[in-house]
Ligand binder design. Sequence first.
Ligand code: TYM
Length: 327
Amino acid sequence: MKRVFSGVQPTGNIHLGNYLGALKQFVELQEDHECIYCIVDEHAITVPQDPKELRKHILDVAALYLSIGVDPKKSTVFVQSQVSGHAELGWILCCNSYTGELSRMTQFKAKSGGKESVGTGLMTYPVLMAADILLYDTDVVPVGQDQKQHIELTRDLAIRINNKYGEDTFVVPDGRFMKSGARIMSLDDPTSKMSKSAENIHSRISLLDEDSKIKKSIMRATTDSDGEIRFDIENKPGVSNLLNIYSALSGKTVEEILAAQNWRGYGDLKKELVAVTQEALAPIKANYNEIRESEELIKILNEGAERANVIAEKTMKRVRDKFGLGL
Ligand code: TYM
């Protein structure tokens, strides 16, 4: 059975982009893969975090995993910092990466641009992500489009090290991307991706948003003034984004959606999308509070960490041995 690994940062506001790009895949894959899903808290501290908030967000994301349908009987769910192999392998990979390749990463350039002083963690972050993946001999990594470059780096590092220390050091993983959900754009500015940190709350739909908020955010989404409903990312990014979200939520292709519609304008498209979104998120919200408050949650995470540790330790033994570390 192929092994799957993925993670989400516990930084609040998990949104429709995270869901349609990555989380939805988590649920699909657990039926016929060995899945390991992580809450990557060590990634979150690349920027300053309030410790109390961070701990709360870790449990929030864990509860969301379970609410969307990740089943702890089928998948391993755990918190990154509970498995020390991530940080250890991160260091080993750091010593095999180049500052040039890390400083060329799109996300690093975006986050560091114009700043006088930039935290080292922001630059080495993709190496820690590579360690997360390689630690579990992962075959498949379900993620959104914005992580594609990081997956490429992971592959490069694995191949580089395999060439030097032996082909059986690391499994070289592949990314897995959704057709319509891989890049969900911001509702107020469809030329930038939907993000957790954007100031305008109407730029995103968070998975736990109330129906009234969902309606407000979609109804005020930026479109264009030519009034024609068609899919054209270049010239009509707003309308295309709404159609993409519709497609990813409903499982229908954009062509099918367009062929079946009799909308008189963007208002009708938006109204229908409001209903589709509210319906899709209702079961997640219905499950969430009970799971978040239950004592089971911590137990599931502790058991997940134990299982993850067994796999991680096996990899680390092999890697230490290959590198000549320890005795
Ligand atoms: P993070 O926490 O920013 O996002 C979690 C997942 O959501 C996807 N995503 C999107 N997909 C479509 N449209 C969007 N607008 C959108 N925004 C976010 C991301 O691609 C991601 O799959 N570095 C990762 C976390 C990570 C990881 C890993 C992932 C750390 N280690 C190992 C996979 C394997 C991140 O910051 O994701």
